[in-house]
Design a protein around this ligand. Structure first.
Ligand code: PEP
Ligand code: MN
Length: 346
């Protein structure tokens, strides 16, 4: 429920409205604009939505009330029409620029991670990635260097001045990953791990949430809602990442859902990043999908890069070589310039 206050609404009138809402155990999210103040009420109305609606409508200071029919209230644009910009380590994600997130699938050694950090930084990346906790299909595959890997990632990112994003797979690891990461990544497999979503939400840290391969856009936004509902400071600091959905053709790992980018921009204020590496699973197709993602209005492109992909312990087949990445960044910049102004987000 969204209550728009009258311009002349007094402090006491507003306090009375908020008191009724809180008395009904609803959360109050005030949005103070230049021309109007709006109170977003979220929570369980316990079947009393109609009664509450009538009650608020009769209260002094209320100009109008709008019902929200969407189940995602904090992630949707109804209560938060303005675009969210996530700022981390001097990088602004969602401000109209194109953010380049790059790095290897996994942190493998100090030498490997430092070399790749330098290479992707020189190519123009501004956020560094690398997994230290790796979700693997087989329990016998390399599953990451854990805290040692986090330390190496942090140091390598720090050397080139790039904030780092890395995956956290388990609620028990949230404290350790939070100590080293600038952005916590929740992977596709964990998109519906609601305890993990709430735990990362509670940290207040920036989060990048990847869409599950079998998740609808509404599922993704409901998962986002779990993160946002735990933000004590109400700051959204959440980035959504499209990385393909299950298709019926095995030429690529997933079907890159390009239309999810404009759809998400219409219904949520959160920035949207495309990951063509995990979407396609094939090096050759990463570039074309990255360019298409920029053309579709993505706020950032997330790409796996490795200097020795044939030796990579994970996802070498989809990793770009540093030179290929540098060339792709130039092409992405050209497409980004060409579409500037075509998509006012929202
Ligand atoms: C990753 O980014 O390293 C990863 C495992 O991604 P996803 O969750 O999209 O498979
Ligand atoms: Mn990977």
């Amino acid at each position: 429920m969204i209550i728009t206050l009258e311009k002349q609404c007094t402090t006491d009138q507003r306090a009375a409205i908020e008191a009724v809402a809180r008395g009904a155990k609803l959360e109050v999210h005030p949005i103070i604009g230049v021309n109007e103040t709006v109170l977003g009420l979220v929570g369980d109305f316990n079947g009393r939505y109609g009664d509450m609606f009538d009650h608020f409508q009769a209260m002094p200071g209320v100009a109008s009330i709008q019902k929200i029919s969407k189940p995602y209230k904090l992630a949707g644009r109804d209560m938060h029409p303005a675009d969210t910009i996530v700022e981390v380590g001097g990088v602004k994600i969602g401000d109209g620029s194109l953010t380049h997130i790059a790095g290897p699938c996994a942190v493998e050694s100090e030498v490997q991670i430092r070399s790749i950090a330098l290479l992707v930084h020189d190519a123009g990346a501004n956020v560094f990635r690398g997994g230290a906790f790796k979700p693997r299909t087989s329990p016998y595959s390399f599953s990451g260097l854990k805290e040692d890997g986090l330390r190496m990632l942090r140091d390598a990112g720090g050397e080139v001045g790039m904030p780092v994003v890395t995956e956290v797979m388990d609620t028990r690891d949230v404290p350790v990953v939070s100590r080293y990461a600038d952005i916590l990544q929740v992977g596709a497999r964990n998109m519906k791990n609601f305890s993990l979503l709430q735990e990362v939400g509670q940290t207040g840290m920036p989060v990048m949430l990847k869409r599950g391969a079998d998740a609808t856009i509404e599922d993704l936004l409901m998962s986002a809602e779990h993160v946002l509902s735990r933000r004590r400071d109400r700051e959204p600091r959440l980035i959504l990442c499209e990385r393909g959905v299950i298709g019926f053709d095995d030429e690529t790992r997933n079907l890159t859902d390009m239309s999810a980018i404009p759809v998400l921009h219409r219904i949520t204020h959160l920035p949207v990043v495309l990951d063509p590496s995990h979407a396609t699973g094939v090096r050759e197709y990463v570039g074309p999908m990255a360019l298409a993602g920029v053309a579709a209005g993505a706020d950032g492109i997330h790409i796996e890069v490795h200097n020795k992909p044939e030796e990579a312990l994970c996802d070498g087949k989809q990793s770009l070589l540093p030179d290929q990445y540098a060339e792709l960044i130039e092409r992405m910049a050209a497409v980004h310039r060409a579409v500037r102004g075509v998509y006012p987000r929202g």
